[in-house]
Structure formats: structure tokens, C-alpha cells
Write a protein that binds this ligand. Structure first.
Ligand code: CP3
Length: 343
């Protein structure tokens, strides 16, 4: 079994730096677009054979060191009774967003086993296909990022309705976060049970908060989640605000996922021993040229040096305009230059 990714998560010695890319299963691949042109996104997520196929596509094409199950963070909101649609050109839309304390009281509590069955079955299929090739990562949105969508009802530049609700309806905010926390725990535990070998929490919009707001409105819920998970490494990824890094560690996670705005050199000394790091090449670098990609990837590898516990990734998801050949250049660069000398 090729497990340098899992070893790096645990800060164990590896033969070379492992690499995978957030959003590696997706639109930058022609093979993905061919399947997607036949099915809508939610159908692909709910159909185990389709989800398994697009999960495996980047592994077959580029040989990343980990696969991530093809799913999305938002279908979990359906277990709370929210009506989710993806509208082309607009992104996700929730027809009944949660905008009052009464709406929080009326949320449903549907079992994840039934609503998200397709994802658990897809995990079983992918594990069978991948045995011996690469480990499989399961994932969930974190409660704050999920609450942003639940309250706002669509993608937003700054999620100010969610932030307003948080400050103004604090009791209802914590009730909503409690409900989301329960759902996230059930979802991640079920993915682990189905065969996910690592888990990632995406707190994509946490960087909209100050450290004080994160501590008051988010941290306790994240601590509940991390305390409820065991047996597989958990990656804690957030974007946007380097001042949150100490708080992300206080919340938990075996691996801290860094976005591209953080300086790796300044961040390394702030990561506690025993915790691995993942990141953080700017996804826009993959739009440039093979020369720039090689230079920037080598700079990042050099900056990290021989610290045990590093997983090469982008600082956020791969952009859909990325040429496939550029992904290949990046993977090959890390395969050639990410060699860790044996002590
Ligand atoms: O990493 C992977 O390859 C696994 C698949 C994955 C998807 N979404 C599939 C998807 C993962 C890990 C996600 C996470 C996700 N989804 C996040 C957190 C990560 C991040 O990027 O911050 C968020 C915020 C979402 C919510 C979401 N899903 C939005 C806002 C959109 C629409 C915007 C867009 O990019 O079009 C989606 C749709 C979505 N999820 C796509 C994919 C491949 C594009 C769907 C398509 O084919 O049209």
C-alpha cells in the first residue's frame, strides 16, 4: 500500500513529500466534463458509480498520493430540511434559508445514513478500486461555512447576513451551530465507517471572522467535532485570515490546511510539534506556464525543508480553467524534488 500521505498526516518519515489537490475531481478535467454534460451535479453525487468514477479520474491520469471522494459540502444541509439546488451560472441556491430563530427551531433531523447513502456507497466502491494505489479522503464542510450557506441561501461575497445573525441572534446561532455540529459528526463518522482513511473539514469562509469572533461563535463547536473523531487523521482547512492559525490548532486537527495567503516561512514556527501542515500553492500558479509552476513548487518545497509532516497541496481548490498539462507538471515536480533525505 502506498501510504506516504497517511504517514505525513501522522508526521512519520516518508520517502518523498505527498501531493494531492483540493477539488482535484472536477471541471478542469475533460473526462469529468464529459460525464457532467450527461448528468446534473446532485445526480452525480447521489449515484455511487458516477461519483466513484470521477473520484478515480485524477488518480488514474496524474497519480496523486490521495483521492478525495466526489461529493459536496452542501447536500448535508438537506438533512436539516433545507431545499438545495445548483443553478447553472449562479451556483448553489437554498430555497428556504434559515433567517429567524423560529426557522432554527423548525429544522429537521433526518438520519445521514438515508439522505447521503450514495456517498457512503461511493466510498465503498472507490476503496475496492484503489486498494494498494492511494488512500481515500472523506470530507465535510465545517459548521461555520455551512451556516453561511444555510442563512444566506446562496454564494455571497462576504456572508454578512450570516455574520449579522451570529452577533444579533446569538442564542439561535449557537442552536443552529449545534445542529450543524451533530450533522457533521454523523456524516464524518459514517464516511469513516464506509472506508474513508482520512477526513478533511473545509471551513472555507472562517477567515471572514476576527480571532475574537471565531473564539466566541465557532471554536467550541469545532472542538466538539474534533473530540468526536478518532482512528483516522483529520485535516482542518480554513482560508483567509492567518491570525486564526493559533485558534485552528486550539480547535483541533492532525493536519492544518493553509491557504495561499499565508507565508509558509512565517507559519512553520507557529505550528505545534506533532501537527502536520498541508498547502499552500496559489491555485492561480497552475494557470501560468511549466517554468513558473516548477519554480514556485520548488520554492515551496525549499521553504518547508525537511520538516516531517508536510503534504503538498494548493492553498484552495484547483481552478476550472487550469490546463491538465499544468497539473501534470506540478505532480511531476513534487515527485522529483520532494524527496526527503533518509537520516
Ligand atoms: O475536492 C474534490 O475534488 C471533491 C469534490 C468537492 C466538490 N465540492 C465538488 C464540486 C469538494 C471537496 C467540494 C467542497 C466544497 N463545495 C466547498 C469547500 C471547498 C472550497 O472550495 O472552499 C464549498 C464552499 C462548496 C460549495 C459549492 N459547490 C459551490 C459554491 C459550488 C458552485 C460553485 C462552482 O464552483 O461552480 C459547488 C459545486 C461543485 N462542487 C462543483 C464540484 C466539482 C462544480 C460543479 C459542476 O460540475 O458544475
Amino acid at each position: 500500500m502506498h501510504d506516504r500521505f497517511l504517514k505525513a498526516c501522522r508526521c512519520e518519515p516518508v520517502d518523498r513529500v505527498p501531493i494531492w489537490l483540493m477539488r482535484q475531481a472536477g471541471r478542469f478535467m475533460a473526462e469529468y466534463r464529459a460525464i457532467r454534460s450527461q448528468h446534473d451535479l446532485l445526480t452525480m453525487i447521489r449515484t455511487p458509480e458516477l461519483a466513484a468514477e470521477v473520484t478515480l479520474q485524477p488518480i488514474r491520469a496524474f497519480g496523486m498520493d490521495a483521492a478525495i471522494i466526489f461529493a459536496d459540502i452542501l447536500p448535508l444541509l438537506e438533512t436539516l430540511g433545507l431545499k438545495l439546488r445548483f443553478v447553472s451560472g449562479r451556483g448553489p441556491v437554498i430555497d428556504n434559508p434559515v433567517q429567524t430563530p423560529e426557522a432554527v427551531d423548525q429544522l429537521h433531523r433526518l438520519p445521514v445514513q438515508e439522505s447521503l447513502q450514495g456517498t457512503f456507497e461511493a466510498i465503498r466502491l472507490v476503496r475496492r478500486e484503489l486498494e494498494g494505489k492511494a488512500p481515500l479522503i472523506g470530507f465535510s464542510g465545517a459548521p461555520f461555512t455551512l451556516a453561511c450557506y444555510a442563512i444566506e441561501g446562496s454564494t455571497s461575497r462576504d456572508y454578512h447576513l450570516a455574520r449579522q445573525f451570529m452577533y444579533q441572534e446569538t442564542r439561535a446561532w449557537h442552536a443552529l451551530m449545534d445542529r450543524l455540529t451533530d450533522a457533521v459528526i454523523a456524516y464524518l463518522q459514517a464516511q469513516q465507517q464506509a472506508g474513508a482513511q482520512a477526513l478533511q473539514l473545509f471551513d472555507s469562509w472562517a477567515g471572514l471572522l476576527s480571532p475574537e469572533a471565531y473564539r466566541a461563535y465557532v471554536l467550541p463547536h469545532m472542538q466538539t467535532i474534533f473530540a468526536s473523531l478518532s482512528g483516522v487523521p483529520v485535516i482542518h482547512f480554513a482560508t483567509g485570515n492567518p491570525a486564526l492559525i493559533p485558534l485552528l490548532q486550539e480547535a483541533g486537527g492532525d493536519v492544518i490546511g493553509l491557504d495561499w495567503r499565508c507565508s509558509i516561512q512565517e507559519t512553520l514556527p507557529r505550528i505545534q510539534a506533532g501537527r502536520a501542515l498541508q498547502g499552500n500553492l496559489d491555485p492561480a500558479i497552475l494557470l501560468t506556464s511549466p517554468e513558473v509552476i516548477r519554480r514556485e513548487a520548488q520554492n515551496l518545497l525549499r521553504a518547508v525543508g525537511e520538516r516531517p509532516g508536510f503534504i503538498f497541496n494548493l492553498g484552495h481548490g484547483v481552478l476550472k480553467q487550469t490546463p491538465e498539462a499544468h497539473v501534470r507538471v506540478l505532480i511531476e515536480t513534487v515527485q522529483q524534488h520532494g524527496v526527503v533525505p533518509t537520516p
